[in-house]
Design a protein around this ligand. Structure first.
Ligand SMILES: [Zn+2]
Length: 91
């Protein structure tokens, strides 16, 4: 029988969704680092604090979600991607 307990207890800060508005990726990173600095300046007892994010892969040609292990071929999601097919179909 599984016994569960809380571990790695921490506080994560997520800005309210309107906060970033139409910010670009770079402006979102800058704003997040500003929040990080403000928290360090005003809150005692901070062990570590870090700006964290997910990396999302998309096709550079059509913007489709990247689904393949390869960094150069996404399974043929579009004509531009198909040009990188390592095993192109015989003509
Ligand atoms: Zn594509």
């Amino acid at each position: 029988m599984r016994k569960s307990f809380r571990d790695n207890i921490r506080v994560e800060v997520t800005p309210a969704s309107p906060f970033f508005g139409e910010f670009t990726e770079e402006k979102q990173m800058t704003a997040s680092r500003d929040i990080e600095r403000s928290i360090k300046r005003h809150i005692d007892g901070i062990g570590t604090i870090a700006v964290v994010y997910d990396i999302v892969g998309v096709c550079s040609h059509c913007g489709s979600k990247w689904t393949e292990a390869s960094d150069s071929y996404n399974g043929g999601c579009c004509e531009g991607d198909e040009a990188n097919n390592p095993q192109p179909a015989a003509a």
